[in-house]
Design a protein around this ligand. Structure first.
Ligand code: ADP
Ligand code: ZN
Length: 715
């Protein structure tokens, strides 16, 4: 027997009563007992009398073959040890615990020592219902007696008392509970998605539609089809804060809420979800990227909503893209993947262009809602007082909405009060002790915070460098500082600030979002958080404070990101009957990306982007991997990095090139120095194999960490 608790397969004797491939087991490992999965029959390399035995088979549904194949393949793809991948798939508390039990009562064989009217009532109920069983309370209630009467009968054997696993199922979803009448191209799109699910074969579809075009309504039809077929469905959402609205929609459509899987779910609930997903008792799961590793019994549909969202990339531990893993998983379980977005990633757009993915377009907003009008505010001709960021033009537009009883949203993609704290005496900018990052003042918390590592310290009085007191000054705007300006400009307006760090819990954030949607604020000031799919029906103006922000830097994806973010944010305006306007403050209105954002000529934008990437030979037209070396010792990382760049034979053999070593995008995090090598390879070469061979040439000291990021986000 082979199990897999560490980086290679281990052999164990099968337990009494046997076990099967896929079973979850408890096995001894040194002095410990650990969790394992039976991966197959051993190769007979060991004398069975010399090896230890499986301690016990756990009482959870076994891991299916499709899941095992998926884990093997995703381990190969991400160059992660299989054991680590399996660990992702077994992140459920209480796997060792027995399932929770409860008592049930049914007709017994004994005779009571004496009869009473109450006892007779109980026995009459049991007789009536034949072989049915009841909980204590059910039986007592039905007989109209107290529970002590039932207990008394049980003691004498006249009623049988048994332990049975507690039913952990989720309420049944009904595929035909209710539905909306689809309109226009929604119909065709829904039909195609339903057919895709009904085919019970792998396929991937890009569902592209402007915000408010009904993508959610349409993919819920695919979920309905999946439920009808008795298969399970998974909907991935990028932001947990969004789930509140989504859960309500699911309940309206299918008559009950789905299972949830994300960081806000309690341990007890996780345990229930994990088991029920495996047993098939959870039909629909709504979750964060890690939900992809749940042990679905029969997964027929995966929806990746807002598929372009960068939070789908896991940036710590196992580095994977949930979007790509969703596609991989679907190939092993014959499922349909729906990638939904108003602004797809260039990768997905290109895959649709190449015919690898099907593409369905929803071209207009539902009902009366129209797309917002988009305009630039040329900041070169606006007069602004120092430390103010809202131009007179934008101010007038906001005022008009407030006067009309409508809502305005001001967007700035910077948390905290000010991005930089500068000493006016010596010019020092306060940085993090452990990272190559500036500390950001959070006035609300009265502290400086490092957005890299989370380190915080009280706002100092004196400059840490020159020790002069009272000269530290905020430079530039963050969301909190903008709120200050808004309060000053619009003293009578009700202002709400939406920034992830201002909320102590996901629940508080959800409540704030609901309150805004119900009209609890006139002006909303928000960071990236507001770009994601909230529906504020009375919001008619979006003002972008700094549309140029994302265009700085040398990242090849900067244009794509800016385009997506600006279009998403602007899409918040005018989602109901009233037409919306989006105003972008910019110093470079003629910049091609700003022009594309304003004109909305997306196909043209993507074609231009695609041409640039093709020219540079980078994804999606070439392959890429980032190798990050980190250590406390800066010399050590550069030494090894240099050696790796020199000994690049296995990479050259497949036509790949190595760039670097160079300081990683964040050159120091939590005191560890980081350098990065970028490997660029042609499209159809065995990149992972070559990387493995290349890396195997080097001895990696214990003090140094090496991580491989296939398809890195930044390049
Ligand atoms: P998207 O996911 O593309 O942003 P939604 O599915 O959220 O769009 O739809 C936007 C709004 O329009 C929602 O309130 C939704 O309920 C409504 N809607 C979309 N299509 C229909 C329809 N055919 N009938 C009724 N309401 C619809
Ligand atoms: Zn830091």
């Amino acid at each position: 027997m082979t199990t897999q608790p560490i980086d290679r397969f281990l052999d164990y004797k099968s337990p009494e009563g046997g076990c099967n491939t896929g079973d979850f087991v408890e096995v001894p490992l040194g002095p410990r007992k650990v969790l394992g999965v039976i991966w197959g029959v051993g190769e007979g390399r060991f004398d069975p009398s010399k090896i230890r035995g499986v301690s016990r088979v756990l009482d959870v549904p076994p891991m299916g073959q499709d899941m095992r194949e998926f884990l093997v393949r995703s381990a190969e793809y991400t160059l992660t040890p299989l054991s680590q991948m399996v660990r992702l798939a077994t992140r459920a508390p209480g796997l060792f615990d027995p399932p929770s039990m409860r008592k049930i009562f049914r007709m017994g064989t004994g005779t009571p020592d004496r009869m009473t009217p109450a006892r007779e009532k109980v026995l009459a109920v049991l007789e009536d219902y034949g072989d049915m069983s009841f909980t204590l309370k059910e039986l007592a209630d039905m007989a109209g007696v107290t529970s002590s009467v039932v207990k008394g009968l049980a003691k004498q054997g006249a009623v049988r008392e048994e332990d049975t696993p507690r039913d952990l199922s989720f309420p049944l979803l009904r595929h035909d509970f209710s539905g909306v009448a689809l309109e226009g191209d929604q119909n065709g799109a829904a039909l195609e998605l339903r057919e895709g699910v009904a085919a019970r074969a792998y396929s991937t579809v890009l569902l592209k539609g402007v915000t408010g075009s009904g993508k959610t309504e349409v993919y819920l039809e695919a979920v309905a089809e999946c439920l009808r077929l008795g298969r399970q469905a998974l909907v991935l959402l990028p932001e947990i804060a969004l789930t509140a609205e989504f859960l309500t929609r699911v309940e309206k459509r299918f008559g009950a809420k789905p299972a949830e899987w994300h960081s806000g779910v309690t341990m007890t609930e996780r345990r229930r979800v994990w088991r029920m997903v495996g047993a098939g008792g959870a039909e629909l799961v709504v979750g964060a990227r890690s939900a992809l590793f749940l042990p679905f019994r029969d997964l027929g549909l995966i929806v990746v909503d807002e598929e372009h969202d960068t939070s789908y990339k896991q940036e710590e531990g196992v580095l994977y893209s949930a979007r790509d893993m969703a596609v991989l998983r679907a190939t092993y379980c014959a499922a349909e993947v729906v990638l939904a977005s108003a602004t797809p990633s260039l990768e997905t757009w290109a895959n649709a262009e190449a015919g690898k993915y099907k593409r369905l377009d929803l071209s207009s907003r539902f009902g009366e809602a129209q797309l917002p009008e988009m305009r630039a505010i040329d900041m070169r001709s606006e007069k602004l007082a120092s430390n103010h960021w809202i131009s007179p033009t934008l101010k007038a537009a906001v005022q008009a909405r407030v006067d009309a009883g409508e809502q305005a949203l001001l967007f700035i993609n910077r948390r905290g009060y000010a991005p930089t704290t500068l000493c006016r005496a010596c010019g020092e900018q306060i940085g993090c002790e452990f990272c190559d990052a500036r500390m950001v003042e959070h006035r609300f918390l009265k502290r400086l915070v490092c957005h890299q590592c989370g380190e915080t310290k009280p706002m100092p009085i004196e400059c840490p460098s020159c020790k002069v007191e009272g000269k530290l000054a905020p430079v530039g705007p963050g969301v909190e500082r903008l709120a200050e300006e808004v309060t000053e400009l619009f003293p009578d307006a009700r202002v709400a600030v939406l920034s992830s760090d201002l909320f102590s819990s996901a629940r508080a954030l959800k409540e704030q979002i609901v309150s805004i949607a119900q009209g609890g604020a006139d002006i909303v000031i928000g960071t990236q958080l507001v770009a994601k799919g909230h529906n504020f029906p009375n919001l008619t103006l979006v003002g972008v404070i700094d549309a140029d922000l994302g265009l700085q830097g040398s990242d090849l994806r900067a244009a794509e990101r800016s385009f997506q973010l600006m279009r998403q944010v602007s899409g918040r305006a005018g989602r109901a009957a009233k037409k919306g306007t989006a105003l972008l403050q910019t110093f470079q209105p003629e910049h091609p990306v700003i022009r594309a954002i304003l004109s909305g000529e997306e196909e043209q934008f993507w074609r231009a982007e695609a041409a640039e990437r093709m020219e540079a030979g980078v994804p999606p037209y070439g392959r890429m991997a980032g190798i990050v070396l980190s250590s406390i010792d800066v010399q050590e990382v550069f030494d090894l990095g240099g050696e790796m760049a020199r000994l690049d034979g296995p990479l050259r053999a497949i036509g790949a090139q190595v760039f670097g070593p160079a300081p990683a995008p964040i050159a120091r995090v939590r005191g560890r120095h980081r350098v990065r090598l970028l490997v660029k390879a042609p499209k159809n070469v065995p990149l992972q194999k070559a990387l493995t061979k290349w890396i195997a040439q080097f001895k990696i000291p214990n003090t140094l960490r090496l991580s491989v990021d296939i398809d890195p986000q930044n390049f």
